[in-house]
Design a binder for this molecule. Sequence first.
Ligand SMILES: Nc1ncnc2c1ncn2[C@@H]1O[C@H](COP(=O)(O)OP(=O)(O)O)[C@@H](O)[C@H]1O
Ligand SMILES: [Mg+2]
Length: 334
Amino acid sequence: MSEEFVLLEPEDQPGDEWEKLDVSDTEADRIARRQDREFDEFRKRIKDTEQFKLQESVFDDATLAAIYKLVQDGYVDAFGGPVSTGKEASVFEALGGQAGERPEPGSAAAGGGPEGVHPEREVAVKVYRINSSNFRQMRDYLEGDPRFEGIASDKKAVVLAWTRKEFANLERARKAGVRVPEPIAVQRNVLVMELVGHAEDRARRLSEVDVENPETAYEVVREYMRRLFRAGLIHGDLSEYNMIIHEGELVIIDMGQAVTVHHPNAGEFLDRDCENVATFFTRQGIDVDPDDLYEYVTEPEPDPSGEPESGGESKSGGESKSGGESKSGGESDK
Ligand SMILES: Nc1ncnc2c1ncn2[C@@H]1O[C@H](COP(=O)(O)OP(=O)(O)O)[C@@H](O)[C@H]1O
Ligand SMILES: [Mg+2]
């Protein structure tokens, strides 16, 4: 791995309003119920492919319908093999469709090339399991999150809300200047996002690589934790297993469980994240104290009109409107 880490600059300032997430019946549910003929063909075709024979239990009809809808809507063109099979979700490589393309302004894809010709990009498709998900635990994370007030407490609704939550969290993190996979589409229990790395050259977890420059990696991680916090989010499962690295770029993943700083257990989750990160980097030979990290992450933002922050390599998220309120997540018994 290369030792250059790049800090992503914030794009714009997150507000402190919380989007209401709609977890009602989706188009995919309707397709699955309607059982239309094309969908039946799609189902047969996809169930016959090698990688899905192994994975069949993941794909109940409604999940297949969600994938079908993503194909129809142009977010996915072709499925590749599994990247990871976890307890709650499986991640697959796939070829992205044109609807998910966001060509760089001025690039050939933005209009320089022939009409409709885009370089195909690979995407990651994360499929949450409805049945074997640990839904009680999921519900505990959702309860206390103002975005999910009053969602039905049945399993399906919880997993669907969870998937939307991961999408929304990725979007919020990205806007706050945290390098995460770009979320592309969400349909029922299926999330399409940027694939970090390539199918033939996979991004690896921090746990799998020799971190050549742990000091810089640590500085990037703590800056991202701080930006997340200032954007009102706590990752909640941050460790070397949920950070991947590709071409020197460190990317935070797996944000389904991330909670807002208003969550009753926010302080506890942040404590745990700090512990995990400190333990990992201490093993890499640098002296990281979890309490110092906690303090760094929760440090109040400097008054934008006042003096610049001392020690300031940090280009923090800037002026968030949440002000002192954002510190509520820091309530722990430290
Ligand atoms: N966007 C992505 N790009 C590349 N690899 C990914 C991406 N998302 C997930 N992965 C791979 O899949 C694994 C599992 O994904 P993750 O979101 O952590 O799900 P889980 O809830 O199963 O831990 C990751 O450890 C990583 O190796
Ligand atoms: Mg994970």
